[in-house]
Write a protein of this length. Structure first.
Length: 560
């Protein structure tokens, strides 16, 4: 199985092509991305963003950014602003087409009045529990409400009084009059408006009745002249209701098309679950690098290019599936391998003293910034008598296939010299220091006599090293599908080792010149990112992904 190629053809584009051929919308292609501002966007939303804005780009059409802000109890500026930032960071532009459902509250209310006047809506005094009981089940029809046959005049009066604030929350609702025996539960006299005496983050205290999501959603598309309303599969059973509303009102009718949402292993892509993690302080906010939110992935070091490439490669389908996290990480590596500069950093330092190197001497070693990018150039790395290497790169009594540093063994220090270990210093059986010698003829990392070594190690000069904190992030959950487990609480599967904080790291001084969110590779260790809390006096780096490409291993196993 090879890595999927970017998809340029899918069933949604087939529908659009046919609509263009028949001139269904007079040659127009107009999509929208309509998030609710009640949480931060996640990687699943990125798929929808790339699809809606990508289609608009492909067909030289338009794509709106619109907030479905119909629930004042859960929505706010923080979420709206984060969504704007995320869509813009992904590289998309809605130009002057930023809209809100709350922009249309007056028009939606008038539409509801129109529905009442034509005898297709009524005010119900039942509570939410009573409405639920009357609705029936998937196998039994519902029952008509005793308030269903109120006159048009009475319904208009009651609805106006609901709007005026005469009734308490939950005391009355406006319902559509459709069919209580309909096989689609969504069509059994759904609630259109409910009373909520809550201040709206944009509309203030103007309203104490608010439209339900299903009422607002299709009307917003109609008002904005959307041609293709692209939704995930959970809205497929709601489409007949959207159509019914638009048909009863006799207004412009967009075409809704559903596709399978994105699901990933080892995480959850439910906004409710993600909010539960944040509120319960199981993570450090919406932008925690372990979160599948776009802001969390940005903080972890994922690039917008790699996320867009991932969304392009997974394609668009009609069947639900769960994708391996390894493939997303593969796309991250492909991009960062080409774009991330290389540096040297030591996560678990072991001191090396080079006995035959003069005291006080310092020199600058030429190092390649990125071997995958010929334009990246070179940098100078300081070298001195005392350096650090990784503790894991030395074993006093190595097994047969351990080719790194050991007593009496010669290795290459990256870009520098051939080094031989001569003596080991211990403290209570722990190796704390190595005494070594270098071959001055091997400067640059090559021996003039042509001899070879089996290992090349990275290093950092002790005299020039900067202290740093490095955070190693792993899977947030211990099982592939935490949301699908038959347990009371999905949080039972949280990984207690999802982050490891290393506070005694040593890095080359060039890292001090990077900015927040800059991505780079620590040679031999993985790809990393500068955390936004990092300062010159307190460097903080987040591991984005390891160098090992697990997806490549999966492919190899599948091809055998």
């Amino acid at each position: 199985m090879s890595s999927p190629e970017p998809q340029t053809h899918d069933f949604i584009r087939d529908i659009i092509n046919e609509d263009l051929n028949t001139n269904k919308y007079k040659g127009r292609v107009h999509t929208r991305f309509p998030p609710e501002p009640n949480g931060y966007l996640h990687i699943g939303h990125a798929k929808s963003i790339c699809l809606n804005f990508g289609i608009a780009e492909d067909y030289k059409g338009k794509c709106n950014l619109r907030f479905d802000d119909t629930n004042p109890t859960k929505e706010g500026d923080e979420y709206a602003n984060s969504i704007i930032e995320d869509v813009r960071w992904l590289g998309f532009d809605w130009e002057d087409r930023l809209f809100y459902a709350s922009d249309y509250f007056d028009q939606m209310y008038e539409y509801a009045v129109q529905l009442v006047k034509c005898g297709k809506a009524y005010v119900d005094d039942h509570s939410a529990d009573e409405i639920s009981k009357y609705r029936g089940t998937l196998t039994t029809p519902g029952r008509n409400s005793p308030y269903r046959e109120r006159s048009v005049d009475e319904n208009l009066d009651l609805f106006e009084r609901m709007k005026a604030g005469e009734y308490a929350d939950g005391e009355k609702v406006l319902r559509a009059k459709i069919d209580m025996a309909h096989p689609n539960m969504n069509m059994r006299d759904p609630v259109v408006y409910r009373i909520l005496k809550e201040s709206h983050y944009r509309a203030g205290d103007k309203w104490c009745v608010y439209p339900m999501y299903d009422w607002a959603h299709g009307l917003e598309d109609s008002i904005e002249g959307i041609t293709h309303s692209i939704c995930t599969l959970e809205f497929e059973n709601h489409r007949p209701l959207y159509d019914w509303y638009l048909d009863q009102l006799g207004v412009y009718h967009p075409q809704q098309i559903e596709f399978a949402p994105l699901n990933l292993t080892y995480t959850v892509l439910s906004k409710r679950m993600l909010q539960e993690l944040v509120m319960g302080k199981n993570v450090n906010g919406w932008d925690d690098p372990r979160m599948p939110t776009i802001s969390g992935m940005r903080r972890r070091g994922y690039s917008s290019t790699s996320i867009r490439d991932f969304c392009s490669r997974i394609g668009v389908a009609k069947v639900n599936s769960i994708l391996p996290m390894e493939f997303l990480e593969h796309c991250i590596r492909v991009d960062l391998n080409k774009t991330a500069p290389r540096f040297m950093g030591i996560l678990n330092p072991l001191k090396i003293i080079i006995d035959n190197y003069p005291e006080g001497k310092e020199e600058e070693i030429n190092a390649v910034n990125n071997p995958e990018d010929p334009t990246a150039g070179m940098r100078k790395v300081p070298f001195s008598k005392v350096v650090y290497i990784e503790q894991d790169d030395f074993m006093e009594d190595p097994p047969k296939k351990f080719y790194r540093f050991a007593p009496g063994r010669e290795v290459r220090f990256r870009y520098a010299y051939f080094i031989t270990c001569n003596d080991v210093v211990k403290d209570n059986d722990k190796v704390i220091e190595l005494h070594c010698t270098l071959d001055p003829e091997t400067r640059g990392g090559n021996a003039p006599d042509g001899r070879k070594v089996k290992s090349t190690l990275h290093w950092v000069s002790a005299a020039h090293a900067c202290d740093a904190e490095v955070r190693l992030y792993n899977r947030l959950f211990t099982v592939e599908d935490p949301a699908g487990q038959k347990v009371h609480d999905f949080k039972e599967f949280l990984n207690p080792d999802s982050v490891q904080v290393l506070s005694s790291c040593k890095v080359e001084p060039a890292l001090n010149d990077l900015d927040h969110f800059d991505r780079f590779q620590f040679e031999r260790l993985g790809y990393f990112c500068v955390d936004p809390d990092s300062t010159k006096d307190n460097l903080i780096f987040n591991r984005t992904v390891e160098l090992r490409d697990t997806w490549a291993k999966i492919q190899k196993q599948q091809n055998q």
